[in-house]
Design a protein around this ligand. Structure first.
Ligand SMILES: [Zn+2]
Length: 192
């Protein structure tokens, strides 16, 4: 948005406040865009598109091509890479407080996809974000120290002897109270 010079404040603290306010607006707009896009993607999983809406752009001839359904790009093919480009899934983000920023939250949701407890398939979007190393033990609110856990498994982790460590971008090694280990990564869960 263009800013006219008459809008610009003329004392340092006011300039700072103005800059922060504009930055917050920009961050909020970006977060809202991501949330809207991700929700749209959630509503249109790639495997459902061909059933949901198979139609072509009218006009005929060589320009007639499907925008959905067989032969059209899958939602995930154009959607998820776009999100990934906007929101680098591997760029470390660190927040000061206990609550992650909207941007960090989206990053963890897109990276983990589901609750990261062994075999759990609950979508990350409805999950809690767990501090892997608890905040009270110095764990930061960051890309490296947050993981998606559904409420049930978040409670289990908090109140039982299950422990886990992050071993890769979306890979976690869990240890059960009896000492068994399980490796959870984007491909699924395997005994460790
Ligand atoms: Zn779970």
């Amino acid at each position: 948005m263009a800013i006219s010079t008459s809008e610009l404040p003329d004392i340092a603290s006011a300039v700072l406040a103005f800059a922060r306010s504009r930055r917050q607006m920009a961050d909020r707009a970006e977060a809202e865009l991501l949330v809207a896009a991700c929700e749209w993607a959630d509503l249109h999983p790639a495997e459902s598109v061909s059933d949901a809406a198979a139609f072509t752009v009218p006009g005929g001839g060589e320009h007639e091509e499907p925008v959905a359904g067989p032969g059209a790009p899958l939602v995930a093919e154009f959607c998820i890479p776009e999100f990934g480009a906007v929101l680098d899934l591997h760029q470390p983000i660190v927040c000061d407080g206990y609550q992650p920023s909207a941007r960090l939250r989206e990053q963890v949701i897109l990276r983990d996809r589901t609750c990261v407890f062994p075999w759990c398939t609950r979508p990350a979007r409805g999950c809690d974000l767990d501090h892997i190393v608890p905040r009270e033990h110095g764990g930061p609110t960051s890309t490296a120290n947050l993981a998606a856990l559904c409420r049930r498994h978040h409670r289990l982790k908090t109140h039982s002897a299950w422990t886990y460590v992050r071993t890769g971008p979306a890979a976690y090694t869990w240890t059960s109270p009896h000492g068994h280990t399980y490796v959870r990564d984007p491909a699924g869960t395997e005994p460790g």
